[in-house]
Write a protein that binds this ligand. Structure first.
Ligand SMILES: NC(=O)c1ccc[n+]([C@@H]2O[C@H](COP(=O)([O-])OP(=O)(O)OC[C@H]3O[C@@H](n4cnc5c(N)ncnc54)[C@H](O)[C@@H]3O)[C@@H](O)[C@H]2O)c1
Ligand SMILES: N[C@@H](CCO)C(=O)O
Ligand code: NA
Length: 444
């Protein structure tokens, strides 16, 4: 008799995907194209068994004929042929929240790319995941293909993270880069970006800083070990950045970036998103176009920066698939990197407690005494000046034949409360023509 060696195939991980847009279709393609290597690395096959999207008839470039179609995406949460639910619909409320909550309540592991959901409801979802003892993974939610969450939650698990953040929105970085390179204004570049499909028809979540703030809130929660109340994150977008600001920034040796910055202080967590001037010589200043950068600073590890694509089919599918492989391997990492028992949410420090250096751009009437009036206000608020820049050639003639001229002031380190107080008074001076522009300076 001949001995027959029989090997039993390990049970495949059966995946249900809600949402077959950019990310969802990308995940299906990646699981198919890289099936052999994924099976080898995960130790079992990862197969898509059920899907749901709005339009069943749309051609997504993937064959879904052997996959069950759910008319109602919420049904995936309890589908008999699904072990893991992948939520790629989007939105903090509605169907996305329902699918994730339902899946966790049914004791199913969840993977999502949904930063709005995790930033706003992450605390409650983490508690549900812990109660059900299942993983809730969301690597694609922060900086797409950059392994931001893995880095902070796993690679730096032994360190005390002091600061985290970076360039967290590709649309804003693209717009600011194009403004710098072309000298054109925000509205012009945004209109082009929309035509090219880089920016959404409703760009507000991106350009008003909300998307970056979602990602920052998640990073801060992971880094400092407790969720941050999203509504307490300070958010300012890029709409008020003018071509002149990019011009002056270049002249002064800076670039303008929309940054998310979170720091752990003795009295609480600071979490803010706003445009910043960063010195040309810093690595983050070189991250241009649609690229993202995640920066973390630990007490032992020091500073590290990861750069890569924060959006698009390939990068986001890579992140979602890595989460699925972790689940297939049985790697379960708690949402906030620790148990949710006794965990309360952190309210981020108010703006009045920020401090730093500031760039001010004023449009002033070009006549004697104007600068003295402005510096008197700054003196009274204890704000010390570092640099001043005025270009006579940028003068414009006003209707009464006087002239206006842009004036740029850079301060020494000061409190934001003092800055805001001074700005209110400066804006009221007769010789100050438009609303002053204020941009924070980071990293020098
Ligand atoms: N696109 C990116 O590069 C990117 C990057 C990181 C994170 N994300 C996040 O990934 C998620 C998905 O983004 P996307 O760009 O793939 O979106 P998308 O708009 O391309 O796709 C959304 C999908 O959800 C489906 N959908 C909408 N409502 C539905 C419903 N009620 N029931 C079932 N399906 C429904 C749509 O039919 C579509 O297939 C979002 O949370 C987004 O923030 C996207
Ligand atoms: N809209 C985001 C991509 C999804 O996170 C960006 O522009 O970076
Ligand atoms: Na990521």
């Amino acid at each position: 008799m001949t001995a027959v060696s029989s090997s039993v195939e390990p049970t495949p991980l059966r995946i249900g995907i809600a949402g077959l847009g950019t990310v969802g279709a990308g995940v299906v393609k990646m699981l198919r194209d890289n099936a052999a290597l994924i099976t080898a690395r995960a130790g079992r096959r990862l197969i898509v068994t059920a899907v749901s999207a709005r339009d069943r008839t749309r051609d997504r470039g993937v064959d879904l004929s052997d996959v069950a179609w759910c008319e109602n995406a919420a049904d995936l949460a309890a589908h008999p042929d699904v072990d893991v639910v992948v939520e790629l619909v989007g939105g903090a409320e509605g169907i996305a929240r329902k699918i994730v909550t339902g899946a966790l309540e049914n004791g199913r592991p969840v993977v999502t790319a949904n930063k709005a959901l995790m930033a706003i409801h992450g605390a409650e979802l983490a508690t549900l995941a812990q109660k059900a003892d299942v993983p809730l993974m969301f690597e694609a939610a922060v900086a797409g293909g950059i392994p931001a969450i893995k880095t902070v939650r796993e690679a730096l698990a032994g360190d005390r993270i002091l600061k985290v953040g970076g360039i967290l929105n590709g649309t804003c970085n693209y717009i600011l880069t194009a403004m710098r390179e072309t000298g054109r204004d925000f509205a012009d570049i945004l209109a082009d970006a929309q035509k090219l499909g880089y920016a959404e028809a409703d760009p507000s979540t991106d350009v008003d800083g909300v998307d970056a703030a979602h990602k920052l809130a998640i990073l801060a929660g992971l880094s400092f070990g407790r969720p941050v109340v999203f509504a307490s994150v300070y958010i300012e977008g890029i709409r008020r950045i003018g071509a002149l600001d990019l011009h002056f920034a270049r002249e002064l040796g800076y670039r303008i970036k929309l940054l998310g910055i979170a720091r752990q202080h003795e009295n609480g967590i600071e979490a803010r998103v706003h445009p910043c001037l960063v010195p040309n010589t810093t690595p983050i200043a070189q991250v241009d176009g649609v690229f993202n950068a995640v920066v973390a600073e630990g007490a032992f590890v020091g500073r590290l920066m990861l750069e890569g694509r924060g959006a698009g089919e390939g990068p986001t599918a890579t992140a979602v698939t890595a989460d699925l492989i972790d689940i297939a391997r049985g790697n379960a990492i708690p949402v906030w990197g620790r148990s949710t028992d006794g965990l309360t949410q952190a309210v981020a420090l108010p703006r009045a407690q920020f401090s730093g250096r500031y760039y001010l751009r004023l449009n002033v009437v070009d006549r004697p005494g104007v600068l003295a009036d402005i510096t008197a206000v700054l003196r009274d608020d204890g704000v010390s000046l570092h640099t001043m820049l005025q270009h006579a050639h940028a003068r414009e003639t006003l209707p009464d034949d006087s002239h206006s001229v842009p004036l740029v002031l850079i301060t020494h380190h000061t409190s934001e409360a003092a800055m805001l107080h001074a700005l209110r008074h400066i804006a009221q001076l007769k010789s100050v023509l438009d609303e002053p522009a204020m941009i924070r300076i980071e990293g020098d």
